[in-house]
Design a protein around this ligand. Structure first.
Ligand SMILES: CC(C)(COP(=O)(O)OP(=O)(O)OC[C@H]1O[C@@H](n2cnc3c(N)ncnc32)[C@H](O)[C@@H]1OP(=O)(O)O)[C@@H](O)C(=O)NCCC(=O)NCCS
Length: 185
């Protein structure tokens, strides 16, 4: 059986304590800040607290480090959160923190692997997300995987003295092709 946590370019692995420096760095990168929604730089103490929180087993969220399958370099993280086991829905977020890996298919591959977990072994039926309207790269990445736009939150996000729309997107399990070995029996 194939490794369910591995795609063509990336592998998803658990977050560990020694990821702190990387997470702290990514959370303070100006370009990532602009695109991924942290309003202000993050202190080391806040990053430590966040890592501690991610290390705990939490049924409401699952976070994974994204590593390059070629050499194991950690390049970012992705997560499912607000997991609702009654309606079988969750929200998705992703950050490829190492900008050298942008625009090379790593993000879409990571999202595909995460959706495989969501719709396969976690048996969810809907995954949704919000993305700033100006984040054209992220919107294209999600569209490539099969997300569709389902609405706009008008002037939802304040950045650089202007209000910007947030685009709401989602994908249903029926719209995502699971590998045979991940399909329910
Ligand atoms: C968004 C992100 C996860 C996407 O990962 P990625 O590896 O760069 O994405 P991919 O290479 O799989 O796909 C990006 C696509 O956007 C396209 N693209 C890049 N800039 C673009 C632009 N300005 N307008 C339209 N498309 C653009 C790329 O050409 C590529 O499409 P293609 O494969 O058809 O050529 C990653 O760039 C990232 O983490 N960015 C910073 C944080 C962030 O924005 N997180 C998401 C918050 S919602």
């Amino acid at each position: 059986m194939s490794n369910g946590f591995e795609g063509e370019k990336v592998r998803l692995i658990a977050v560990e304590k020694n990821d702190l420096d990387r997470f702290h760095g990514w959370a303070n990168d100006a370009d990532v800040l602009h695109l991924a929604g942290y309003a202000l730089p993050t202190s080391r103490r806040a990053a430590e607290k966040r890592i501690e929180w991610l290390l705990d087993d939490d049924p409401n969220q699952k976070t994974f480090v994204i590593e390059d399958v070629k050499d194991g370099t950690a390049i970012g993280y992705c997560r499912l959160f607000d997991i609702d086991t009654f309606s079988r829905c969750a929200e998705l977020a992703i950050v490829i923190g190492d900008k050298n890996y942008w625009d090379d298919g790593y993000g879409s591959d990571a999202v595909r692997v995460l959706l495989r977990l969501a719709f396969g072994r976690m048996n969810l039926h809907r995954v949704a997300l919000g993305v700033y309207g100006y984040n054209k790269r992220a919107i294209r990445c999600y569209e490539k995987v099969g997300f569709v736009q389902e609405g706009i939150e008008r002037k939802r996000h304040y950045c650089e003295c202007e209000y910007h729309d947030t685009v709401l997107m989602s994908i249903l399990s029926s719209e995502f092709e699971l590998p045979k070995w991940e399909e329910p029996g």
